[in-house]
Design a protein around this ligand. Sequence first.
Ligand SMILES: [Zn+2]
Length: 379
Amino acid sequence: MTAFSFTVEARDGRARAGRLATPHGAVDTPAFIPVGTAGAVKAVTCRDLVELGAQIILANTYHMMLRPGDALVAELGGLHAFTGWKRPFLTDSGGYQVFSLSGLRELTEEGVRFRSHLDGTPCFLSPERSIEVQMNLGADIVMAFDECPPWPAPREAVDEATARTTRWARRCRDAHRRDDQWLFGIVQGGVHLDLRERSAREITALGFPGHAIGGVSVGEPKEDRIRVLDHLDPLLPEREPRYLMGVGTPEDLIEGVARGVDLFDCVLPTRNARNGQIFTRRGRLAIRNARYRTDPRPPDPDCPCPTCRSASRAYLRHLHLAGEMTAAVLMTLHNLFFYLDMMRAMGQSIRLCRFGEFRAEALRTLAAAGESARSRDRS
Ligand SMILES: [Zn+2]
């Protein structure tokens, strides 16, 4: 199938802007992938996502295989038909979730035995089973089943997980048989640069069309993550997409793009929206704060999203405190728009060779933010 391609169309420093074509449409990169854990991005509809400009969303293999089950999704035509999202889908491998269930799992070379967090049913995930589930789900981009070590972990444990990730990546590649899907490899290695380097060499040698950087955003210091990205940049194939998994804050996305990353996913904008935290160009805003009780301004006065065009901070605060579902809907719409719009702005700045200015300015306002918002709100 030739529907897939990835083209880097512009560069500014190490930042890249390009286009990822899939059988369900194209994704302009750098891109943020909203997380639709159980087949839906919480609190919003497919129509909303299209309106916000989302070009790709993620569904979690672990959650979908447990409920409603990958066989059912396959019977109903795969994720696209089942959910109504016609644009590209990405599924993760389930590895991250099963390794987070530390007390409930048993790891062997064959795979991982675990109990469902829903009802305790014994389950098994292996490279072959993860790929089978992902072929049933039918996303455009699917991920190799990797071992994601926790942080902190002894170096020997990270070393072993990294080596196993390579062996499992080979099994995933051999098990994958759908030519309307792109299977990405995942580089592990924790915060150890030599292990990252070894992993990058072994995984890229397997010939995947794209690569992810896994085992980040598991609690490690931000400086370590940046060092890993700096180190991996020259080791990953220039012409293939790079995906930083599970990251992160607006600042993290900017720093990732600055180091050659093309794709990101994170639950932050959606999860935080449900907890009443709003991302703005001038930092974050906790809507439950008393200072917003009578604030007639939209969440972000510079934002053209549907929420900022109609809702005041006072109204959102009221809805949030009253436990109204609409609070989550409105704040999710804004937070996702903020993330998606920031990615578009980054892409544009790269194409204009002005990413350096964009980055400095964005980081300055995001940091000054909390501060100025507080002093302004006090007055
Ligand atoms: Zn907005």
